[in-house]
Write a protein that binds this ligand. Structure first.
Ligand SMILES: [Ca+2]
Ligand SMILES: [Ca+2]
Length: 223
């Protein structure tokens, strides 16, 4: 067998060398193949490790590109978050404004009640004032009437000389309370522009009449 020959020898998976080998050569070939087996296992393991690492890298790329990258740059999500914050801000503002509105409404209602009370008080005071003024004028007219004798008349400072039918006191103040006799003033013959008091029975308020300012008679003035 030292001279036995082999027609071919497998050096690796793809290459064959045609060579005549001796027994020693064959032993060398067997030793070579034995030394070659760990190298092939290491290559396989290295290949598997590379595949695992490659798969890991691909997974990381997918994770960052699809999950993290997409979630962080998703404009729809970002807009939703922004709109949610704006909604909460506007809701808080709306709540504050509603509270202020309610407080202002309560203040307005309170002021409305106070205003109505003040208007009622003013109206009552105005009525009291008018009643006091009417009472005072009655007393004053009755006092003047008491100064006159029976059937006696007196000028009291009334005139419509400036404008027919518009009576005022000679100092220019308007006449607010009037005591005209029934049917007076009648501006008889168109020349009655002065007012006089016509004496009434004692205890009554004197009544007024318009007469011609040319008539000479008693006059009474208020200081
Ligand atoms: Ca007149
Ligand atoms: Ca008259």
């Amino acid at each position: 067998m030292n001279t036995a020959l082999m027609d071919s020898m497998e050096i690796d998976d793809d290459i064959y060398i045609h060579k005549s080998l001796t027994t020693a050569g064959l032993a060398t070939q067997v030793d070579f193949q034995k030394r070659k087996q760990p190298s092939r296992c290491a290559s396989v393991c290295l290949g598997l490790l590379c595949a695992v690492l490659l798969a890991g890298n691909i997974g990381q790329i997918i994770y960052y590109n699809i999950i993290i990258h997409c979630s962080s740059l998703d404009p729809t999500q970002a807009n939703y978050n922004t709109l949610t914050q704006e909604k909460e801000y506007l809701q808080n503002n709306n709540d504050n404004l509603t509270t202020e509105k309610d407080q202002l409404q309560r203040n307005y209602d309170s002021l409305t009640v106070e205003r109505k009370e003040l208007e009622d008080r003013l109206s009552n005071l105005t009525k009291d004032k008018d009643q006091l003024k009417a009472g005072f004028n009655n007393l004053k007219n009755a006092y003047v009437n008491g100064l006159l004798g029976v059937s006696q008349n007196a000028w009291i400072g009334l005139t419509d000389h400036l404008k027919e039918g518009t009576w005022m006191w000679v100092d220019g103040t308007p006449v607010t309370i009037q005591y005209w006799q029934p049917g007076q003033p009648n501006s008889f013959n168109g020349n009655q522009d002065c007012g006089e008091i016509v004496q009434q029975s004692l205890g009554k308020v004197g009544e007024w009449n318009d007469d011609g300012c040319f008539s000479e008679q008693l006059w009474i003035c208020e200081k």
